[in-house]
Design a binder for this molecule. Structure first.
Ligand code: B16
Ligand code: MG
Length: 218
């Protein structure tokens, strides 16, 4: 039986995936790496430094920068990103998410957060959602990022549940892969063509309700 939900943040709870993309696009332009929809989708759920490597690789630029220069580029991206985060309000919560969080909380389900983002606590604060997530996986403690199962295994562990008792909720292909590898039930939200591996699919966050999940559970 399902007893808990492990949530991704960017792209599921809030629209920050657009901010991440915007900030990375600026870095790609600066270094002269080509920007594409495939690259943009592929960066979702991927850690900051791994994202930078993917962008540099797209432009065959991996060897052009020293490690220190790479850290500077990643820091510049984060500064740009945080400027966008600073403008956020609870209006940036995606449609239906607040209602769904209340529905599962009132239904006695446990909740944890499995975001690759080091900025997750700050974003939750801007959204006034901190109280819903007393348990947050600290990405600094991870040895491997998504699509490795580690982050979703930790998300279940934090709420004292077995993976098979959890549903993981994601917008990224790498994230769905991570949930599936952890042995949890996966919900993929967004473009079905890139979320083919998800056990349950919703085109939009507004469709996510316990009743709609049950409909896709058998
Ligand atoms: P930061 P998620 C991920 O968050 C984002 O999807 C990804 O685009 C970002 O690079 C990553 O967090 C790291 O974020 O630079 O803020 O530490 O989707 O796993 O919630
Ligand atoms: Mg995401």
């Amino acid at each position: 039986d399902i007893k808990g939900f492990v949530f991704d943040l960017d792209g599921v709870i809030t629209d920050t995936s657009i901010f991440h993309s915007q900030a990375w696009h600026q870095v790609a332009d600066k270094v002269g790496a080509p920007w594409s929809k495939e690259l943009e989708d592929g960066l979702k759920g991927i850690s900051r430094m791994d994202s930078l490597e993917m962008i540099l690789k797209a432009g065959n630029l991996q060897d052009k920068y020293t490690d220190d220069q790479k850290v500077d580029l990643a820091t510049e991206k984060n500064t740009n990103y945080l400027k966008l985060v600073d403008q956020m309000t609870p209006d940036n919560i995606l449609p239906g998410i607040k209602a769904f969080l209340d529905e599962i909380k009132n239904g006695g389900y446990l909740l944890s957060l499995a975001s690759a983002s080091k900025n997750a606590p700050k974003v939750l604060q801007k959204l006034n959602l901190t109280d819903y997530f007393p348990k947050i996986v600290d990405p600094k403690t991870l040895s491997k990022g998504k699509p490795d199962p580690e982050i979703y295994l930790k998300g279940a562990e934090l709420i004292d549940l077995k993976p098979e008792q959890c549903i993981g909720v994601e917008d990224a292909a790498a994230g769905v892969e991570s949930i599936n590898a952890a042995g949890e039930t996966s919900i993929g939200i967004g473009d079905q063509t890139i979320l083919k591996a998800a056990d349950i699919h919703f085109a939009d966050t507004s469709e996510m309700t316990l009743a709609n999940i049950e409909k896709q559970m058998n």
